[in-house]
Each structure stands twice: as C-alpha cells, then as structure tokens.
Design a protein around this ligand. Structure first.
Ligand code: ZN
Length: 279
C-alpha cells in the first residue's frame, strides 16, 4: 500500500509533469471511484479546467484546478500514469485527456481508490470536510502541533503502534515506517500509548521525520506492487532496519514477527523492551 513517502513521490512526479495542463475531456470506465458526484457531473465540471497545483494531505493527493479541487486516494494499488496514444488497459478507470495530446490515467488493479471533487475553496476549509476531516496533520504539515499529538496519545489506551497508525492522531505513518520509527526509538510496539513520557513521544516524532524524510528522498519503498507515476521504484527498502529483516542491526539478535492490532510487526525484543513499571 502506498504510504506517505510514496504518495509524496507521486505528488512530486505529477507536479513536474502535469501542472499547467488543461483538460479536454474526462473518461470514466469505473464510476464507483467517483464518490461525491455522478460521473456526468464530474466530467462536465472538469472540462476546460487547468491543473494549477498538486498537494498532499496525509495519503490523499489534492489536485487544484482553476475552479475545483480533486481529492484522490490511491488506497491499495492506485497509481497515475501519463500516457499518449497507448492502448487502454482494463485497469485504467479514469482518464484525464489534456488539450496537448497527453492523458493522465488512473490505474487501479484492486479498484479501492477514491476521487471526490469540490468547488474551489480555502484549503483549510477543505480539511474540515469529508474525507479530509478524518486526517490529522502529518509531521511535515504546516499545521502539525506536537502538543496536540501528545495529548491524543496521553488519552490512547492502546498499543503505541496502533495509535501511530491511527490517521486521526497523526497521519502519514504507515506499517513499514512505524516499525522503523519504534525500533529507532527503542519502544516496544505493544507499549500502551498513554504510558509514554513526553520525552519518548518527542523521540518518536523526531524519528518519524528522519525516517519519512529519508524515504521521501529515496522515492519511497518498493514492496509488492507500488510504483509511482512513470514507474519510478522507491529505494528505501534497502535502508530498512527491522521491517522484513531477520537480524537486529544493533545487537544481532534475531528479529521477531508479532501481530499488533492485526498488523505484522518486526521487532528486536532486546532493543525494544516493554517499560518496566515495577521500577
Ligand atoms: Zn537489537
């Protein structure tokens, strides 16, 4: 599943390639992807619109047009490809045809991706509407506030790993990266979030920025089917410390696989001990 660094990579690739392009026509082959409008309305509104900016909120891509804003989630396997006259694949469900002969195709084997179209508005207003109202700021957002995250974690009576994956607490930290962040912070993923000290939470947030920044600079992580637009493969998988690994890079002990909230988690049981409350 694409996570924040992969979506950031897609955003950067799209910015370079489609900003300024004007839509001649939109073709929709799988209408369920369009959620808040009928396919006819979606097509009609986007005709003649020009892409002026592309942004990201959590794992959502935000296409800003002259008069509309498109919010797109890739979910499991969605991707965008810029094409010309290539034959349409059965996995290409929405095609944005541009006036310059290029077309941007939304490709999604699993068909779980979503698109919502809104009239243009202040971006902070858009953040208050579904689906973005469920997405907390990520550690790089201009509206990210450490205290707000810390207070939410103080109330979270669940494993820290599950709390960090909860997009209403902090967005953009997915399953691969949370394992890396907790390993670097020497925290057991089953540790109850509300038991962590302010210093430990600060460590988690700092390591989140380090891990996500590094992943973004390497174009994300290629595991299974993720490729960004133009099939750029991420290289962060070569930098993983514990996720998918067999021995600890710190102490050489065997990495163990456990389940936390149903998600497979890789940990070093020596480096990531539960807090001893008897001390
Ligand atoms: Zn270790």
């Amino acid at each position: 599943m694409p996570e924040l660094p992969e979506v950031e990579t897609v955003k950067n690739t799209l910015r370079k390639n489609v900003i300024g392009k004007e839509i001649k026509e939109v073709k929709i082959y799988y209408p369920k992807i369009i959620r808040n409008l009928t396919p006819e309305e979606f097509r009609e509104k986007l005709k003649g619109e020009r892409i002026v900016e592309i942004d990201r909120r959590g794992k959502y891509l935000i296409f800003i047009f002259n008069n509309y804003i498109l919010v797109s989630h890739l979910r499991m396997e969605g991707k965008y490809n810029l094409m010309q006259n290539e034959e349409l694949s059965k996995h290409e469900h929405v095609v944005f045809e541009f006036t310059d002969g290029y077309n941007l195709r939304y490709h999604d084997v699993r068909k779980f991706g979503t698109m919502d179209l809104f009239p243009k508005m202040e971006i902070t207003k858009l953040y208050k509407l579904a689906p973005l109202n469920k997405v907390a700021p990520d550690p790089f957002s201009s509206d990210f506030e450490f205290d707000s995250v810390y207070q939410k974690l103080k109330k979270a009576n669940k494993p820290i790993k599950s709390a960090l994956l909860d997009q209403t607490i902090v967005s953009g930290i997915g399953n691969i990266y949370v394992d890396e962040i907790l390993f670097m912070s020497r925290i057991h993923p089953l540790e109850i979030a509300k038991n962590l000290s302010r210093d430990k939470v600060e460590e988690i947030i700092n390591h989140s920025k380090v891990v996500l920044n590094k992943a973004i600079s390497l174009g994300g992580t290629t595991i299974k089917s993720f490729t960004s637009s133009h099939s750029i493969s991420g290289r962060f998988q070569n930098e993983l410390l514990v996720h998918t690994k067999t021995s600890c890079p710190e102490c050489s002990k065997e990495i163990t696989k456990i389940k936390v909230g149903g998600r497979t988690s890789y940990i070093c049981e020596d480096c990531q001990k539960m807090i001893d409350k008897t001390l």
